[in-house]
Design a protein around this ligand. Structure first.
Ligand SMILES: Cc1cc2nc3c(=O)[nH]c(=O)nc-3n(C[C@H](O)[C@H](O)[C@H](O)COP(=O)(O)OP(=O)(O)OC[C@H]3O[C@@H](n4cnc5c(N)ncnc54)[C@H](O)[C@@H]3O)c2cc1C
Length: 496
């Protein structure tokens, strides 16, 4: 880092999950970076604080299982590449079964403090309200799904293409003390302890068949927020469907999705198998707030509180935050970006995070990690080497920049965030256009060669085959990442 003062800075626009990670990677490579974040001067519809890397909804980074879950593998790869987001997440984790969930304030404060303390990082609290100035010759745009309108318009003008839009919905948060523990109980599904957990991390609210049917009826009758004209034809992302939309898709959909009753035993009524279960996950380190897992909704506030209080145990629930709607803006990346995430029409602009069409906190940070490294390598005059497409990061980048394929369903450790992730739930329709995508094994190139056989020499079938396949995919990813790291210096540039 000794001659860093002679190196022109890389500019990163947006201090969210992706921009914070990108700025960190650039600085760690010895290149100065200016991080432009518009909050608190200008807020988005979802952000509430001025902290960098604020988590706007759930506090979960999802499964931490690197053997059989694609997002768990992504965690592992990011840790190997010195991710600030993963380091802060690990440091501020709260119990959440097999998932990695974090104390959102502690996490955001840790990311902010690390960037503020880095000698090569300058933080500029101002909106970039239009195309970045021409003299910024290397820019990473990481302004997220709620990119400010002035910048979104400028990008749209530059690409000549309409940015696509769709809806996500926010899940409600409940005060723990308002939950009736004479009805609810603590247990993780199948008592799985997971990282930092105890096996009894979730609050569970059981329903019998009559209660479930009445709840579905209420959801179907509930008044939802109406669409504005410009929102009217915007499709939902299938991995994050509102509960009332799931109910519309079929009366059983919720029971196979966020309300599935498996792996749980009600200690208050051990002989009675619940027909459905609503799970709540710890949302802050103090354990005073719990979010309703997979319960994103666009029900109007009045109707919403009344319907949610039909859930046994939540009759007197007090809500720290009710569910809501948001719009998402993202690029048609396979068409507009090159393999290193640069805008083909203006290669000085590189994109990262959710605006590229990845979906999720961890995916956004992972794309930020790659964009930061690519930008630093370019600034240092080195050839940029992509990650192998057999790794979770490489597969995600290949999906964004190389086009999309229809992903197979991927089960989270949580297993319940949305209908798209749930066994038995309706499968998302084959996308006709590029759609935001969580990392999943469907993005990985197929395995070469046969899977190992069972102990008695037979071909594996069913779930045993699926487990073996995931293990083979994650083993291959680890081996290929290790080989890539052995060949490359810390920037992913071939050793000279
Ligand atoms: C309401 C909502 C709920 C979501 N819930 C979840 C969830 O529960 N789990 C999950 O995994 N993912 C969720 N997502 C999706 C996604 O993971 C997050 O949006 C994630 O924060 C994306 O990371 P990012 O870095 O791309 O964008 P962000 O984290 O949004 O960061 C973008 C940053 O850019 C700043 N900015 C915008 N425009 C400008 C400008 N012109 N100049 C300067 N700064 C600017 C913003 O203030 C913001 O800090 C949700 C998204 C939204 C909008």
């Amino acid at each position: 880092m000794s001659n860093a003062s002679q190196i022109e800075p890389v500019h990163v626009v947006g201090g969210g999950l992706a921009g914070s990670e990108a700025a960190w990677q650039v600085a760690q490579a010895g290149v100065p970076v200016v991080l432009h974040e518009m909050r608190p001067a200008r807020m988005t519809e979802a952000h509430k604080t001025h902290g960098l890397a604020e988590l706007v909804c759930s506090n979960s980074f999802r499964s931490d299982d690197a053997e059989s879950n694609a997002v768990g593998l992504l965690h592992q790869e990011m840790r190997r590449l010195g991710s600030l987001i993963m380091h802060a997440g690990d440091k501020h984790q709260v119990p959440a079964g097999g998932a990695l969930a974090v104390d959102r304030d502690g996490f955001s404060e840790a990311v902010t403090a690390a960037l503020e303390a880095h000698p090569l990082v300058t933080i500029d609290r101002a909106e970039v309200a239009g195309l970045p100035p021409e003299e910024w010759d290397q820019v990473v745009v990481a302004t997220g799904p709620l990119t400010s309108p002035a910048l979104a318009e400028a990008i749209r003008g530059l690409t000549g293409a309409d940015a696509l839009a769709f809806f996500d919905a926010i899940a409600p948060i409940v005060y723990r003390e308002s939950v009736d523990m004479g009805v609810a109980w603590f247990q993780s599904r199948y008592d799985k302890p997971g990282p930092g957990g105890t096996g009894a991390d979730y609050l569970n609210c059981p329903m019998n068949r009559e209660q479930y049917e009445a709840f579905v009826d209420a959801l179907l009758a509930g008044e939802t927020t109406s669409f504005k004209e410009w929102e009217a034809n915007t499709p939902y992302f299938d991995g994050c469907l509102p509960i009332e939309v799931m109910a519309e898709r079929g009366r059983e959909t919720l029971r196979y999705g966020p309300m599935k009753p498996v792996g749980l035993t009600n200690p208050h009524r051990p002989d009675e198998k619940p027909w459905a279960v609503v799970q709540l996950r710890q949302d802050n380190a103090l354990g005073t707030l719990f979010n309703m897992v997979g319960f994103q909704t666009k029900l109007k506030y009045g109707a919403q509180a009344a319907i949610l209080r039909m859930i046994p145990g939540l009759e007197n629930a007090e809500f720290a935050r009710l569910g809501g709607l948001h719009r998402n803006t993202y690029l048609d990346s396979p068409r507009l970006l090159d393999g290193t995430l640069r805008l083909k029409a203006a290669p000085r602009l590189r994109f990262a995070g959710q605006i590229t069409g990845c979906e999720g906190y961890v995916e956004s940070a992972a794309v930020g990690l790659m964009a930061g490294r690519f930008a630093a390598a370019e600034r240092l005059g080195r050839a940029v080497r992509l990650l192998p497409p057999t790794t979770a990061m490489g597969a995600l980048a290949a999906h964004i920049t190389g086009g999309h394929i229809l992903a197979e369903e991927d089960e989270d450790e949580d297993g319940v965030e949305g209908a798209g992730a749930v066994e038995g739930a309706p499968k998302p329709a084959k996308p006709r256009s590029f759609q935001p995508m969580n990392v999943n094994f469907g993005l990985f190139p197929p395995l070469e060669g046969a899977l190992p056989k069972s102990a008695d020499g037979k071909r594996l079938r069913g779930s045993a085959k699926a487990i073996a396949r995931k293990k083979a995919l994650t083993d291959r990813a680890r081996a290929d990442l290790a080989a890539w790291l052995a060949e490359a210096d810390s920037l992913g540039v071939a050793a000279e």
